[in-house]
Design a protein around this ligand. Structure first.
Ligand SMILES: [Fe+2]
Length: 430
């Protein structure tokens, strides 16, 4: 299957992966032939890209870090938590930072809002699946609806935190603590209502100040719900602290060492779990547009983290992140910009297999030549190239749109979409 930007999906295209709502109910089953109404429904829900079955990509099956079953369970439980927190937002409207902190401690509603056994059950399920699959990499290109942004961010940040921490040989118990903190790190933001979704440039001074304290609110909420979570609370409290001390809310610095257990407690520095969580959090925000309103490609997001454009973070953690995310996710369409042998320059194709040694040299099923003409698909392994530069079509178009202000001429790219729809099993709930 192939990953397509939703604006390139056409009626008649065949859905490659099932679509579920926040309760885990099936909306559209894989194999379904899409209609215009359904495509518009998905666009309306803020879904940016979907998996589509195409003839050229029929043998491509992108790996998943966690199964649909566990993701649906996590979606269901976390969306309930977000909903319950959202019901408390009235109590915090028009309140100052200090009032918010006090009201969290006084609120009766907030006292039983986090069901720790449920959160732990979700975390353990995710953890078990990841530990069972040692070589799996994180793909940041997934069907994700905007109305589920809060809990989908929590789940993906958790998954990524675990993958990064695995590189530092975290013990099972440390992984569980980190994962729990990752899952809950922004609960203090959810109680702030719609303000939390505003792009940073649209926030006024007061709102900025209130939002910058959300790690404290998160800590306080957890403290009110589970007293035996000291390390989780500290991890949540530090998740926006930056290595050079420019983060918030306390302006702590990083100690400059890998986040391994032997480095000890590091009093006065950012907690090692928080250094992992912070990088996972920023990476997810960059690739979903929550960081600054611009959706970064995986490659761009990594570059921004490495060169400090997206904040300063523990460099060991950033290096570990680079090894566990797919820069060019399997199923994505890429264009060959340059390579050593000058083979297939300007051709387009679909990434069929990642190359863990050098992600810029994957195996690609070429589908279009340099003039954009469709060709008989053929699989080429580029791992032998001395150097190679490829770019993701999805972001090339996004960038082109930005450059040419609002509109480009109608999409000129043609896709091979002749794959016939098989009889679909579908339960469609608008
Ligand atoms: Fe946050």
């Amino acid at each position: 299957m192939q990953i397509l930007s939703i604006d390139k999906v056409k009626p008649g295209d065949v859905l490659g992966k099932s679509l579920f709502n926040h309760r885990g109910d099936l909306l559209l089953a894989s194999g379904y032939e899409l209609t215009r109404d359904m495509i518009e429904l998905m666009q309306g829900r803020g879904i940016r890209y979907i998996h589509v079955l195409t003839e050229a990509a029929k043998d491509i099956n992108p790996q998943q870090v966690i199964s649909d079953t566990v993701r649906r369970m996590a979606n269901r439980e976390m969306s309930e938590l977000v909903e319950s927190l959202g019901e408390c937002e009235e109590e915090f409207k028009h309140a100052s930072v200090e009032e918010i902190k006090q009201r969290i401690e006084d609120s009766e509603k907030l006292k039983n809002v986090v069901k720790m056994p449920t959160v732990r059950r979700v975390v353990v399920k995710i953890l078990e699946e990841i530990l069972d699959n040692p070589s799996v990499m994180f793909s940041s290109i997934r069907m994700r609806a905007e109305d589920g942004a809060d809990y989908e961010h929590a789940i993906d940040t958790t998954v990524l935190s675990i993958l990064i921490a695995r590189a530092f040989r975290y013990s099972y118990s440390d992984l569980r603590t980190l994962a729990t903190a990752s899952m809950l790190h922004d609960i203090g933001k959810v109680i702030l209502g719609p303000m939390r979704r505003k792009p940073p440039m649209e926030l006024n001074g007061d709102e900025k100040m209130i939002l910058r304290e959300h790690p404290i609110y998160s800590k306080l909420i957890l403290q009110e719900n589970a007293v035996d979570t000291f390390v989780e609370q500290i991890t949540m409290l530090h998740h926006h602290e930056q290595h050079d001390g420019s983060g918030y809310p306390q302006g702590l610095k990083g100690c400059g060492r890998p986040p391994v257990k032997t480095r000890g407690e590091d009093i006065g520095y950012i907690h090692r779990h928080a250094e992992v969580l912070a990088v996972a959090n920023v990476y997810d925000n960059l690739t979903t547009g929550a960081y600054n309103g611009r959706v970064h490609s995986p490659n761009d997001a990594i570059t921004a983290l490495v060169n400090g454009r997206a904040g300063t973070w523990n460099p060991y953690v950033v290096r570990a992140l680079v090894k566990c995310v797919e820069c060019f996710p399997v199923g994505i369409t890429v264009r060959i910009v340059d390579n050593y042998s000058k083979r297939f320059l300007g051709y387009r194709g679909i990434v069929a297999k990642s190359n863990s040694e050098d992600q810029s040299k994957p195996s690609i099923i070429l589908t279009h030549n340099t003039t954009g003409t469709e060709i008989v698909p053929r699989l080429i392994d580029f791992s032998d190239e001395k150097f190679m530069e490829i770019e993701i079509e999805l972001w090339r178009r996004v960038m082109a749109r930005r450059v040419s202000r609002r509109h480009l001429p109608a999409d000129s790219a043609r896709q091979s979409l002749a794959f016939p729809a098989s009889a679909p099993a579908v339960l469609y709930i608008p």
